[in-house]
Design a protein around this ligand. Structure first.
Ligand SMILES: [Zn+2]
Length: 138
């Protein structure tokens, strides 16, 4: 496993992402929904990896929900930094990280793959996230 650190711009919020996958095998997903296009969000996750929050100031977490409201999109309320999205499945937190938040940026990332999840039912969505997203180790 290697550990990758991410943070918002001001450093109030952060996470550690652990994965055994080499960077050139990471899935890199560019979601084409209107929210992700506005933020230029590109995401990765590893269901065999883990995610831990390392917030210096947890009070700075700002959450946004839209559409089917099945996930929270996490921002820093001070600097606007966008960390990724978190959902709860069977009492467990699952997350995708916004690759732009990684610090430093990994070398050798694959090109982002455009993804559209339009037309998914809530059941499809939960199944997809349970299979792909990274479990929280907190
Ligand atoms: Zn911040």
């Amino acid at each position: 496993m290697s550990t990758w650190s991410g943070r918002c711009h001001c450093g109030a919020l952060g996470f550690e992402y652990r994965t055994a996958k080499p960077v050139d095998e990471w899935p890199v997903r560019a979601c084409q929904c209107s929210f992700c296009l506005k933020h230029g969000g590109v995401y990765t996750s590893d269901p065999a990896g883990s995610l831990r929050f390392t917030h210096r100031d947890p009070a700075a977490v700002s959450r946004y929900r839209f559409g089917q409201k099945t996930a929270d999109f996490l921002f820093c309320s001070r600097c606007g930094g966008y960390l990724g999205a978190v959902t709860e499945e069977d009492g467990k937190l699952l997350m995708v990280i916004n690759l732009r938040a990684l610090d430093p940026q990994p070398d050798g990332l694959p090109a982002p793959q455009p993804m559209s999840y339009e037309g998914e039912t809530i059941g499809d969505r939960n199944t997809r996230r349970a299979a792909r997203w990274t479990p929280s180790s907190d």
